[in-house]
Ligand binder design. Structure first.
Ligand code: ATP
Ligand code: MG
Length: 424
């Protein structure tokens, strides 16, 4: 019996690793241009962390968490809560007023697996902690936009404000009254949500609920003056940076901690999975977790969805990975000097493939093409006896003899010079 990976858990095979590394590298590069520093947290956290931050009545906490050990420990379903926990635990706010942190890693949610929706998936997560200014919101959104743009992706940016503890409760009451009136037409989930999490009804995907909420009151009409001003300034700052966006007054976000600005990067190219990334401001979260009363804003993007979208939209092509040289050792007494030469070349920074099986020249050259070697150095017993090998340009198939005299280090240096291999 073959053992297979668990449903919803996926291997990332060597064929696609180039793309993953490219996405991660582009993210690090863009994030660091914005002064972001990397942080890495454990994958396991106390369950209470997520209950207290994400919220007990959310889909993530109610249905999607991998919790074990008498419910005390949970595999992180997202990164923000963990970053805040680490931030508070290590008193980072004492060192400097504003922190810009990012992390890249796996998250776990027990959802129904489908294209672009896994149980172990990966997020790029960025947070700015300790800044309240609307320009910070705009800058963070612009950073997400820049990343997707540099990956060659076309997405739509939607924006909303979820208000604050001053204006949200009265709006909630107004919304509940509206939903109670329309109760008959709501789906079963939303009937329940009317009292547990009424805002969530606004972004229910069921067609009947969507029609119904068109007439629902809008939080944007009930924002308190401070939230209204903040939202106006975020929009203005985004316009100022030339970032196109649309207002979506039905956007709620699935996590309870959001306040004021929320946003999503969306696509229609991934079927049912519309969001490539999403985020928002969480002004009360840090205090709620026992930290100082400072605010934050962040976003998370799904790596799997970015990778799928790059294929779908035929975005930036990655250069295929190549080897600088493939050493073709033909015959018993060529193996030792070839392995020494390979070692010397690798020390000197070249990417070298070598086959120790003494297979035929034809088989080894085939393998050299398969690994995209730029050159092959063919060393047969006769050549080696004469102190030389045959250097073959794999693209043009031109061949010339190459002197294999002196130490392996000297041979390596001469070969690198001949091949003009750039060494970092
Ligand atoms: P969705 O509405 O698709 O369930 P979400 O609102 O639950 O997304 P967030 O918690 O905001 O997602 O996470 C941010 C991003 O992480 C999403 O935009 C998506 O790209 C990615 N993501 C979330 N859940 C999954 C998953 N199960 N599989 C793959 N990617 C995911
Ligand atoms: Mg979800």
């Amino acid at each position: 019996m073959k053992i297979q990976a668990i449903n919803g858990f996926k291997d990332i095979l060597p064929d696609s690793i180039g793309q993953w590394q490219y996405i991660e590298q582009t993210a690090r590069d863009v994030f660091e241009r914005f002064g972001m520093q990397e942080i890495r947290m454990p994958i396991l956290e106390k369950t209470e962390l997520f209950v207290r931050s994400i919220g007990a009545a959310t889909d993530v906490v109610e249905k999607e968490m991998y919790t074990f050990g008498d419910k005390g420990i949970t595999m992180r379903p997202e990164a923000t809560a963990s970053i805040m926990r680490a931030f508070i635990e290590h008193g980072l706010h004492v060192q400097q007023p504003v922190h810009r942190l990012y992390t890249i890693g796996p998250m776990f949610r027990h959802e129904r697996p489908q294209k672009g929706r896994l149980r172990q998936f990966h997020q790029l997560d960025a947070e700015v902690i300790g800044a309240v200014e609307p320009r910070v919101d705009a800058e963070l959104i612009a950073m997400g936009h820049m990343l997707l743009d540099e990956l060659g992706l076309q997405v739509r940016l939607e924006l909303n404000s979820l208000g604050c503890p001053v204006c949200r409760p009265p709006f909630k009451a107004q919304l509940i009254a509206f939903l109670e009136q329309k109760n008959e037409g709501l789906c079963d989930d939303c009937k329940r949500r009317t009292h547990t999490n009424p805002l969530r009804v606004l972004d229910c995907k069921k067609p009947a609920c969507r029609v119904l909420v068109q007439e629902a009151p809008s939080l944007l009409d009930s924002l308190c003056p401070e939230c209204d001003l903040h939202f106006g300034e975020v929009r203005e700052a985004l316009e100022n940076l030339g970032i196109p966006f649309q207002i979506n007054r039905f956007m709620v976000r699935g996590l309870d901690y959001y306040t004021r600005t929320t946003f999503e990067f969306l696509t229609t190219d991934l079927g049912a999975q519309a969001a490539v990334g999403a985020g928002g401001r969480y002004d009360g979260l840090i205090e709620q977790l026992g930290g100082p009363a400072i605010s934050g804003i962040g976003f998370a993007m799904g790596l799997e969805r970015i990778a799928l979208l790059m294929e779908q939209q035929d975005a930036n092509k990655l250069p295929a990975s190549t080897m600088d040289v493939f050493l073709v050792a033909l015959g018993g007494n060529t193996l030792a000097p070839c392995s020494q030469l390979a070692h010397a070349l690798r020390k000197q920074g070249a990417k070298v493939a070598i086959d120790y099986s003494s297979r035929s020249l034809k088989a080894q050259l085939k393998q050299a093409s398969r690994v995209n070697a730029r050159y092959a150095l063919i060393v047969g017993e006769d050549e080696w006896a004469r102190g030389e090998g045959i250097l073959r340009n794999m693209k043009t198939q031109e061949q010339q003899s190459f002197a294999l005299t002196g130490s392996s280090d000297e041979q390596g240096l001469r070969l690198i010079e001949a091949l003009n291999i750039a060494i970092q």
